[in-house]
Design a protein around this ligand. Structure first.
Ligand code: RUB
Length: 312
């Protein structure tokens, strides 16, 4: 279990972050752990799954990854292990192929010469941008810092290393630059049944601003980011992280109250298109994606409950 505790720690402290990477890492961790179980397979793997599930509450990808891998079957420990490993590998392949597919579909929406604004660090959004660059399009990117964790720094390094011209801006400069943008492309932590997007805090302000300037707002989201729990009436839990990520110790010890939500909700009316690996769809189609991907079966009570709070 030490190995799973270590994996959970890496997700909590954001050494592994971003919805796709978290989901892939969880599937990989369960696979490695399963290889080591000698007896009581069901009990031990369930304990590991629960521990991973309780790391970050907003990323529906984590929940979908774990549910996918945990639907293994078999009579003996060997059979169960084999099936779980097969399922984990299938999920990992889903993550990798979906990202590539999103790039190929998304690139068709990008004109020959374009300036694109992105927020945070999304592997799916960057897949479209990189694909456009590789296709010989004249692409320039503006990336927000994405306070308080500065994932924008990861984005600018990543794009620079691909030879894509990129400019870093503070989050509050979005409206100042919006008139120069041709598209906004962001990733997703979750898509709800009513087509709303849950993504890095600040995304909804950017969407409002894009709407004001009539700049198309596109979301790159693999289908495993769509939330079957919302079909059952659940809302997506918004993770609130430690005040220490935002304010220095002297402010905190002076009793200043800090709120630090990590994600926000963008209603579907501000979203032009969601680019998934099964096609570019309007947000109104979210229900159909959930139905196609996860079936009609509503999640059971046990599958729904995750303990939401996670402070450091
Ligand atoms: C990451 C974030 C990303 C989505 C999508 O937040 O909001 O936009 O997870 O990323 P955090 P990807 O850094 O807090 O995990 O497309 O790579 O799944």
């Amino acid at each position: 279990m030490e190995m799973i505790e270590e994996a959970a720690r890496k997700i909590i402290n954001m050494e592994v972050r971003g919805a796709a990477k978290i989901a892939r890492f969880a599937a990989e961790s369960l696979l490695k752990f399963a290889q080591k179980i000698d007896d009581d397979f069901d009990v031990k793997i369930k304990e590991a799954a629960d521990m991973l599930l309780n790391t970050r509450p907003t990323a529906v990808s984590l929940y979908n990854a774990i549910n996918y891998v945990m639907q293994y079957s078999g009579r003996t420990v060997e059979e169960k292990r084999e099936d779980l490993i097969k399922r984990a590998l299938e999920f990992i392949n889903w993550v990798d192929s979906a990202r590539r597919e999103i790039g190929k579909i998304g690139v068709r929406r990008i004109k020959q010469s374009a300036t694109i604004l992105t927020h945070c660090n999304s592997s799916a959004a960057l897949s479209i941008i990189k694909e456009a660059h590789e296709a010989g399009k004249d692409i320039e990117v503006f990336a927000t810092e994405s306070r308080p964790r500065y994932q924008g720094h990861i984005t600018v390094r990543e794009l620079k290393s691909e030879g894509i011209p990129v400019t870093l801006i503070v989050d509050s400069a979005v409206r100042y630059f919006m008139r120069e943008m041709d598209y906004v492309i962001v990733g997703a932590d979750a898509i709800t049944v009513n087509g709303a997007l849950i993504n890095k805090i600040g995304t909804s302000q950017i969407a409002l601003c894009a709407n004001e300037f009539k700049v198309p707002f596109m979301v790159a989201a693999e289908t495993y980011k769509f939330s079957p729990k919302t079909l059952a009436g659940e809302t997506v839990v918004i993770e609130e992280r430690s005040p220490r990520e935002v304010a220095p110790e002297d402010l905190l010890s002076a009793g200043i109250r800090v709120r630090n939500p990590a994600f926000d909700i963008t209603p579907r009316r501000y979203i032009d298109l969601i680019i998934t690996e099964i096609g570019a769809i309007p947000p109104e189609m979210a229900y159909l994606v959930i139905k196609e991907r996860f079936g009609f079966r509503l999640p059971t009570e046990e599958e729904i409950i995750v303990s939401p709070e996670h402070y450091d």
